[in-house]
Design a protein around this ligand. Sequence first.
Ligand code: EPU
Length: 335
Amino acid sequence: MLRFEEDVSLKPYNTFGIEVQTKYFFKVTSASILKEILNQNPTLPIRILGGGSNVLFTENFDGLTLYIANKGIELVEETQNKVLVEVQAGENWHDFVCWCLDQNYGGVENLALIPGSVGATPIQNIGAYGVELTSVFNYCKALNLKSLEEERIPKEACEFDYRSSIFKTHQKGNYIITSVCFELQKPPHQYQIDYGPLKDYFGTSVPSIQEIAKAVISIRESKLPNPKILGNSGSFFKNPMITQTHFEQLLLKYPEIPNYPLDEPLVKIPAAWLIDQLGFKGTQHGAAGVHEKQALVLVNHGNASGKDILALAQQIQKAVQEIFEITLETEVNIL
Ligand code: EPU
């Protein structure tokens, strides 16, 4: 019989640094142990935790928190110009990016320094600097919580979208991702350096993937707070999409409103800009705050509770709704 730790603080396991407790806690080191636990505890409420970089805990949990910590990177296929690499869910994402840079495998360099674990990356289809996970994702393996069988889920079945996948929508809570297989370029041959800040950084020169990662790291470090120093979980809200008509109305009042063109007849607006316009940037509300360099990032100045951060988030949502008539959706999971 496996033994769970009891009454464990989750503060070290969430990048917001929120103090909450879980009744039971277990570090899962393999898919077979995971299956055994689920088999033996069919009625216990269960919660899955990866790197804890995309959650806001607002209360204690009276169930079992499973911390996914299975490790390993395996080369599953190699051809002349690509490799397939299967990575266990508990590996740290940035460590994996560094491993790819050492091997000179291309595709993930723009995603350097994103906090969190590999198993969490498909859930919200992580993205930064013009690249999303979809561009390197091949398949993942996940435990189906109904059948308790491990399934291999191909890319087409994941329904990836902007910060979304089936694991966040209609299959939410039905799977635990145990590994992810990436298709990487060997040697690297396609680079994405069109995104504004990267373009400014490189001008007309053609960088290596190692140089791209270095630039991404330096841009991120200049804008985004290091969660080890200032608790946060990256972008708190998604960038909203609005109709063309709504956008044109806003343009009359705010001719400088930044926007990203989309394939659909919708316009994406940076949530950071909306929040910044309303004067929230750099403000502190008790121990909860809005980062001084990026208005999309909520921070914990010390001993904020999850409810303090949530109250600030709701205040921002209300103000954005009133002034711009735009609904901000959270990117972070609120538990
Ligand atoms: N802006 C402001 N005020 C600010 C910050 C930004 O007005 O305080 C405006 C600027 O006009 C800027 C625009 O917002 O040009 C966009 O800002 P930025 O380039 O920093 O990107 P973002 O849209 O705020 C997204 C991702 C980030 C990702 C960056 C870079 C989302 C929700 N966020 O942020 O992802 O790192 O692009 O690619 O899509 C994350 O998901 O946790 C995350 C950090």
